[in-house]
Structures are given as C-alpha cells and as structure tokens.
Design a protein around this ligand. Structure first.
Ligand code: ZN
Ligand code: ZN
Length: 356
C-alpha cells in the first residue's frame, strides 16, 4: 500500500499533507531553543496566568503545560511557577515542583501527612520526589517505614516514587543517585562517524533467536572530556538484537573498557521484523554528540531527541533496570517499542533508538 503524500522536508510517505511528526518536532525544538530571555519570561508569565485560572485536573491538558515542559528543556528557573502551582493546589505534572523551595516542600509534607486519599498521596509523593532534598528524602523514608493507610491502594512504595525524581534510598536511608547531573544530546551531524561516541554499527553476529543482525547500538568513549561524569575511563559498547530488544524484558551486555563486549543470554523472539533496509537505515544515521551540555530535562518530554544523562522520557511510568553485576561492567539495554529509556547510573540505556 502506498501513501498519498510525502513529507516535503524528509520525504517520509504520509497519509496526510504536511510535515511528518519528526520534522515538526525538529522545528518546534529549534524554535524553543531560540527563545530569547525576554520570550522565556513571557512564556513563564503565560504559564503562571494559566495556573492561576486552572483547576487541579485541568492544567496538564492545556497548551501552557506544553509550554512549561518546553521551558524545562531550556533549564529555566521555575521557582515562581512552583509557588503558584502550590497555591493553586495543582500537583500534576510533578515537574512543576522540581527543586522547589523549602516552604513549598513543607506544605507538601504537611499535606502528605494529613491526606486520607491514595490518589492525592501518590501525587504528593511524586512532587516530593521532584523536590528531592534531604527532608523530602527523610519524609519518603519515614513513609516507607511507617506507611499511611492509603499506601495499600498504591502499587509501589515511596522509594520507587522517589525514582521519578532521579534518585532513591536504601533500607538504611542512604541516598542513591540514579540520574546524572549532566546531559548531552545526539544531534544530526555531517556524516556517520564511528570514532568516539556514536550510535549503531553491525556487530557481525546473528541473533540466536530471530536470526537478525546484532548491533552495537551505542558506543561511548568515556575518555571524551564531555563524558567524564560517567566515570568510565575507556570505551563502552552496548549491544543487542534490535528486533528482540523491543519485544523482551531487555538484553544485557557485559563490556570491557577496551571496547569489547559480550551479549548475555536473553529471551528472544522467533520472528524477525527488521529487514536489511531497516538495519541499514539504523547504521547509516548521522548522530553526533552535542558540543554543549544540555539542560537536564532536554530529552524528558518527547522522543524527538536522545540524550546521555539527564532525565529520561518514559512512555509509561519510570522504570530503572538494575544490572545484575554492575560492578563487573554489565549493561542492561532495553527499548520499549523503540522509544523510551534513559541513560542513567542504574539504567545504562540508550534513549530513543533511531526511528524503527
Ligand atoms: Zn519529515
Ligand atoms: Zn533477535
């Protein structure tokens, strides 16, 4: 079946006239990246005005919520926004409370301790996760040890809620950082460059389950100054079967810092949906690492960019995969339908495969 239209910019066949989603997303991001300080202030004011007239369950549906997320990708100060959100009792999306003030934190803690509703409780837990300071941690720890009656109606404990903020704690309330406080994105460069850090090359092996082409889906050169924050003094190669990884729980790679890697056993699929053409398209991408550092939420609200570090974009709820033998350099790689995932301490994952 052939589609009637083509994206005028990239030629992707489309069922409608106009730009494809990818080109539209690209233009939108360029626009946001080019907002001046003055425009940013205007946008902040616009978000605040909307918060002032919104009810709790309405804000996330508004254009201003999208603008708020765009502002987050620029790493702007949202203290004023958090303040108005708290006054208006709007708790969703939880990013409204990212690193909010002590005063706001105390208000949320008060509410969490007095609420009888599991829905509200869950929302407050997420806001505290985003605030993420020591007192937020102590409160979440306290709630884990001495749960409120509404805890029974939630699926997971408060330490899992903390993960939304990019951190958690152990049974002794030791702080565990999950996200990196630095972020670089992949951008389209001049040509494919298999030196340094890059995405996808043929591994020269076939998948034992589907017979498909195995790929080194991400190679990171930890000796690159930009990635010193990863603490990996060498080359890390993350490998998988791109067909099976989208359909199974994940594939783990054991790597050595000399760049070699070994794919560990995984449950694969019999059917291979990846033609040679698709593999070629993945291999022949032109992604290069951004020269400049990006704000931590740069890749958190969409699947048009991939990042190493920062906050991930989750399709459903956040999920950090734990490597079984992390200390021995094992990397879990997973990819749900081609687009979720982050690259974090525990979740050593490449976010956003090139469009499948
Ligand atoms: Zn296009
Ligand atoms: Zn496979």
């Amino acid at each position: 079946m052939s589609l009637k239209y083509k994206c005028p910019e990239c030629g992707t066949p489309l069922g409608f006239e106009g730009l494809c989603w990818r080109c539209r997303a690209k233009h939108h991001r360029e626009e946001v990246n080019n907002w001046t300080d003055e425009e940013i202030q205007k946008k902040i004011n616009q978000v605040i005005e909307r918060l002032k007239t919104s009810k709790e369950d309405e804000f996330y549906k508004t254009d201003e919520c999208d603008i708020f997320q765009d502002l987050m990708t620029r790493g702007v100060d949202i203290k004023e926004i958090s303040k108005v959100a708290c006054e208006r009792e709007i708790y969703y999306p939880s990013e409204l409370y990212y690193k909010a003030s002590e005063e706001i934190r105390d208000t949320i803690i008060e509410k969490i301790m007095s609420t009888k509703s599991a829905d509200d409780g869950g929302r407050f837990l997420q806001c505290l996760a985003m605030i993420g300071d020591k007192k937020s941690q102590d409160t979440l720890y306290e709630l884990k040890i001495n749960p409120r009656p509404w805890r029974k109606k939630l699926y997971v404990d408060s330490d899992i809620y903390a993960e939304e903020g990019g951190w958690t704690f152990d049974s002794k309330n030791n702080y565990i950082k999950l996200n990196y406080d630095k972020c670089f994105s992949f951008e389209i460069g001049e040509k494919k460059d298999e030196n340094g850090t890059f995405i996808a090359r043929r591994r020269g092996e076939k998948c034992p389950h589907c017979g498909g082409e195995m790929l080194d889906i991400l190679v990171i050169d930890g000796r690159d100054e930009r990635f010193s924050f990863l603490g990996l003094d060498g080359i890390t190669t993350v490998s998988c079967c791109p067909n099976c990884v989208t359909l199974c729980e994940g594939i783990s790679t054991k790597f050595k810092l000399d760049g070699t890697s070994e794919v560990l056993d995984y449950e694969g699929e019999e059917e291979n949906y990846f033609s040679e053409d698709i593999i070629d398209e993945m291999i022949n991408n032109k992604f290069v690492v951004s020269v400049k550092e990006k704000p931590l939420f740069y890749g958190a609200f969409g699947d048009d960019v991939s990042t190493i570090g920062g906050f991930a974009s989750w399709v459903q709820d956040w999920e950090y995969r734990v490597s079984r033998v992390w200390k021995e350099n094992e990397i879990p790689c997973s990819n749900s339908l081609g687009y979720y995932n982050g690259f974090s301490r525990r979740n050593f994952i490449y976010r956003n495969l090139p469009k499948l």
